[in-house]
Design a binder for this molecule. Structure first.
Ligand SMILES: [Zn+2]
Length: 397
């Protein structure tokens, strides 16, 4: 937690002001601020935005630093999962090193808060969790990392996984993960009951990967809703992807969206061009907390992505047909303050009392900053300067 005065910066593209951060918190925003014995950074009249938030990624999957991975993986989800386990073994991946590489690349792009899913399976046990936990420890004060214990290879179909998830929570994972209760385990009741039981035992939340579309996705959502009601876990269960909310049958999806609002179920999207996705406008107008993430990148799953959440705001805008400048502000909110709120971080905003996470970006307006997503001039986490000119100050391993 540090003090910093940023001068001559334009919050969200508005008039130039100074931003004063004390003990890691924004304490004043205004013209002509001065403070003694506090480091000063000149914003140069550029735009200031809150720290970018990657609310859905996989720090343990990255192959950054390795030669280009030639992807010849089959089309099914299980092909990708089996292939990844095989490659991890062949490469002997050091998850700590890989997660440091991805995290610091993201910091260079202005990300100050990350929610990462970490694979827990009977092949590697808790090794990935240990690696990412060490990265979180080393990068404290640089980027905040929240960990979801994620049964990527299935839960009921791989006996022993539930016990490992329980251990992962005891070791300090923040949330329990889940994955396609019908499509993956073909036993939605057992899958959901298991993860809800573990979450309840540790008093933690849940974040479920739900790729299932149509009626199957609706069924899994409804079974999830039942358990949220029964266990009074309103506000503690998020759904990632939730492709079924993007289905063309608006009458059916509206009922699900309304229930997400009623039970306070945050939705986290990666806005992939290849799938129907939950509509930003519809979710926001229903009052559903909504965040966005990069998902994995430079891994065995696919070749796309680089960690840039400003670019993700552009993809979100393209996917949701956002054209007006005020709509682009909405996309940026999902990738900053709104995404943080979806993660229960309610002080992640560029305002007095907000956490001192500020990113100085190039552009006349926020719209131009999103569309051109030029290298970030300055990245500040809780008052600490952590990146300049597109690169984190801490070297990548
Ligand atoms: Zn994911």
């Amino acid at each position: 937690m540090t003090d910093l005065l940023i001068t001559n910066a334009r919050p969200m593209g508005g008039a130039a002001v100074d931003i004063l951060i004390k003990d890691g918190v924004i304490t004043a925003i205004g013209r002509g601020l001065s403070a003694e014995n506090i480091p000063v950074e000149d914003g140069g009249g550029r735009i200031a935005i809150p720290g970018l938030v990657d609310a859905h990624t996989h720090l343990d999957k990255s192959l950054l630093g390795y030669p280009w991975y030639v992807n010849e993986v089959g089309p099914r989800l299980i092909d990708k999962i089996d292939n990844e386990r095989k490659v991890k073994r062949e490469y002997g991946l050091d998850v700590h090193v890989q997660s440091m590489r991805q995290s610091l690349q993201s910091v260079g792009y202005g990300t100050t808060l990350i929610r990462t899913h970490v694979d827990i399976d009977t092949d590697q046990g808790l090794a990935a969790l240990e690696g990412v936990t060490e990265t979180r420890r080393q990068l404290a004060g640089v980027v905040e990392i929240e960990i979801v214990a994620f049964p990527q290879s299935g839960l009921m179909r791989r006996p022993g996984t539930a016990e490992l998830l329980d251990k992962a929570m005891a070791m300090g994972a923040d949330l329990v993960g889940g994955l396609d209760p019908c499509g993956m385990d073909r036993d939605p009741k057992a899958h959901l009951d298991t993860i809800f039981t573990i979450a309840e035992k540790y008093g933690k939340g849940i974040d479920i990967h739900l790729h299932e579309g149509g009626a199957l996705g609706t069924f899994s959502m409804e079974m999830t809703f039942e358990r949220i009601r029964a266990l009074s876990m309103q506000g503690k269960v998020a759904v990632s992807h939730a492709f079924c909310l993007g289905d063309p049958d608006w009458n059916a999806t509206q009922a699900l969206i309304d229930t997400c609002a009623e039970l306070d179920v945050p939705i986290l999207t990666t806005a992939p061009p290849s799938r129907e996705v939950p509509s930003l406008r519809r979710l926001r107008s229903a009052g559903v907390r909504f965040g966005a993430g990069i998902d994995g990148f430079r891994d065995t799953w696919g070749p796309y992505g680089n960690g840039d959440m400003l670019e993700r705001a552009m993809l979100l805008g393209m996917k949701n047909n956002l054209r007006r400048d005020d709509e682009l502000l909405m996309a940026l909110d999902v990738c900053t303050t709104g995404g943080a709120i979806a993660m229960d971080r309610h002080a992640h905003a560029l305002e007095v009392g907000g956490r001192g996470d500020v990113v100085i970006v190039e552009g006349e307006s926020v719209g131009e900053a999103i569309v051109t997503h030029q290298p970030r001039k300055l990245v500040v986490t809780a008052g600490n300067v952590v990146a300049r000119d597109g690169a984190s100050l801490r070297a990548r391993p």
